[in-house]
Design a protein around this ligand. Structure first.
Ligand SMILES: [Fe+2]
Ligand SMILES: [Fe+2]
Length: 443
């Protein structure tokens, strides 16, 4: 047992539980005395009373942002020496420049893993170098001949397909592997994050979007094509991205771009999944349209956000399919159908984790996790989750997926909570059909 006084005091300001868990593995109680705060204001109070030796500060925090906490410590408390390492998602990496101007000793970009954290923080605590390589499978395999994580996962799945492991057990094992960063996640193109950010920002202008899209020639070309399609019936030919955005409309541009970028993720890989992926793409886009139509029908603000949430609600499935198809060679025994069975039962819990890991906001993870919970209770003013639940059901009902016979959409808790009535149904059907007609020019 080490002398408590000799331990470094680390204040970790992080509101995401799974990230906290990861920090707790790095800042173990053997070597550190650590405190966890989940919002900026509480963290500032802890800082003032506890005087930590090191602060790990997330940027996106409730109540007061990480940036404000940093500024207060450096300016109001005149503390320029306590080391502060900021953590941010890929979408917020521009924050780092501003943070550097305030004075930080380092930064880490989410998603990160145990190894990266240990390396980053060993500059502040050399004893971290001696920590063993932690991982989820260490306890189950002989550490001297540790298997590659991909192989471990493959072993779980094969054991499941051979009937030697129940589905529940296998799901738990896979989730454990994900918790401990054992999976190589497919990466999303950077533009997905940027577009997502632009869509959620209500102050986005034509110019911002045009500049953003100019970085991706494929998208620019598709958009110009679309603006010149019969669907938009222009009198003159659009030749620039700006022209195209003006004609198609800002909101529609954002939607189309989000669909196009999303579709690029479906460009795969393994022919066994081709049909499943095509179905999933149609289901996702239809759900995006249904979500937007319902949001408009209910006079909600920021309808494009609902569109994006709808398009991405099953992102967990897509990511899982990609992970699985990379794991299995074409000649392997595991059929696409049995893998899809696993994908379906894991896509909520695991999907939410994966979505967080690739840096999407918590709102997306929440929708990914709970969109199939028909008994879900909603907190006051919660709009996004109930709306996506209803949109997902209607999407299935109208032929983009499979709706269980015994489900009456209007009788679900979410539909009752939102006061949705059957007058929205025709609008959804029409909206989806129109959207697919329009997409015909880009698919
Ligand atoms: Fe789903
Ligand atoms: Fe779905």
């Amino acid at each position: 047992m080490k002398n408590e006084a000799a331990k470094k005091k680390v204040l970790i300001v992080e509101d995401d539980k799974s990230t906290q868990l990861l920090y707790s593995k790095v800042f173990s109680t053997d070597l550190f005395e650590s405190k966890y705060d989940e919002d900026g204001e509480t963290a500032l109070a802890t800082y003032a009373s506890w005087k930590p030796d090191l602060i790990v500060l997330d940027m996106m925090l409730p109540v007061m942002t990480g940036f404000s906490v940093l500024k207060k410590i450096r300016k109001d408390f005149h503390d320029t020496t306590t080391p502060i390492v900021v953590s941010t998602s890929l979408a917020g990496k521009e924050d780092i420049i501003e943070c550097s101007q305030q004075g930080i000793q380092g930064y880490i970009i989410k998603p990160f893993n145990f190894k990266e954290l240990r390396k980053k923080f060993s500059a502040f605590a050399p004893q971290l170098e001696t920590l063993p390589q932690d991982d989820a499978t260490a306890a189950e395999t002989d550490s001297s001949q540790k298997e590659k994580p991909q192989n471990t996962l493959k072993k779980y799945l094969s054991s499941y397909s051979a009937g030697n492991m129940g589905k529940e057990e296998m799901c738990v094992k896979i989730m454990k592997a994900v918790d401990f960063d054992q999976l190589d996640l497919p990466s999303l193109p950077d533009i997905v994050f940027k577009i997502n950010e632009a869509i959620t920002n209500t102050e986005t202008t034509y110019k911002d979007i045009a500049e953003l899209l100019a970085t991706d020639q494929g998208i620019s070309a598709t958009l110009i094509n679309l603006s010149n399609s019969p669907f938009y019936r222009g009198v003159s030919q659009c030749v620039t991205v700006e022209d195209a955005i003006m004609r198609v409309g800002l909101k529609e541009t954002l939607e189309v771009v989000s669909v196009i970028t999303n579709r690029s993720l479906y460009a795969l890989i393994d022919p066994r999944f081709e049909n499943h992926l095509a179905d999933l793409f149609r289901h996702s886009v239809a759900c995006g349209v249904a979500s937007r139509v319902i949001a408009e029908h209910l006079h909600f603000d920021n309808v494009s956000l609902y569109f994006t949430l709808g398009v991405l609600h099953d992102l967990g499935k897509l990511l899982l399919i990609r992970v699985f198809s990379e794991l299995f060679e074409k000649e392997e025994q595991m059929s696409a159908d049995s893998l899809m069975d696993i994908v379906n039962s894991l896509h909520n819990t695991l999907g939410a984790k994966l979505i967080k890991k690739i840096g999407f906001p918590d709102l997306f993870a929440n929708v990914a996790q709970k969109h199939e919970k028909l008994d879900q209770k909603f907190s006051n003013f919660e709009k996004e989750l109930p709306l996506i639940i209803v949109a997902n059901l209607y999407t299935k009902k109208f032929g983009y997926g499979h709706l269980q016979d015994d489900i009456d959409v209007l009788e679900t808790t979410a539909a009752i909570y939102l006061h949705v009535n059957d007058s929205v149904e025709a609008k959804i059907q029409k909206g989806i059909a129109q959207y697919f007609k329009m997409l015909g020019v880009v698919t």
